[in-house]
Design a protein around this ligand. Structure first.
Ligand SMILES: [Zn+2]
Length: 140
């Protein structure tokens, strides 16, 4: 997991570590399932439920996800050693903790709630990231 976190921008990595600590001290286990995704990985996810079998899991094509810029990660609660994807309350608890640290939680999104997802964008849009119009100092 350590190297996965190293793929995040430093500030986002620190927030992720803080969240892990916070969860631990509240007796909640979580694992970080994904951090940075390459464009190819994102395109493969996008194909799920469209040109590949499975559910639709994202509306973002390759290059159009905050995961592609190292400022987003996904988590899953773990109870007794097992990943638990269907406990909404647990997701909500972790969501709240992350938000109090300054992370944006995907569970709040109205059109496509993404409960395992957190991001820290420093107020920048995807367009800003795509055009590299961001101040990297905000992510150190
Ligand atoms: Zn995500």
């Amino acid at each position: 997991m350590a190297n996965k976190l190293d793929l995040l921008k430093p500030r986002v990595k620190r927030l992720t570590l803080k969240l892990l600590e916070e969860c631990k001290s509240n007796g909640i286990g979580i694992i970080i399932t994904q951090t940075l995704r390459t464009t190819e990985e994102q395109n493969r996810l996008y194909a799920s439920g469209r040109t590949r079998p499975g559910k639709i899991v994202t509306n973002a094509r390759g290059g159009y996800s905050f995961h592609n810029f190292g400022v987003a990660f996904d988590f899953c609660p773990v109870v007794r050693g097992e990943a638990v994807w269907n406990d909404l309350k647990l997701f909500e608890k972790v969501g709240k903790m992350g938000k109090s640290l300054g992370l944006e939680w995907g569970g709040d999104w109205k059109s496509f709630p993404d409960r395992p997802h957190f991001q820290f964008t420093a107020g920048y849009s995807l367009e800003d990231f795509r055009k590299n119009k961001i101040d990297q100092n905000k992510f150190i």
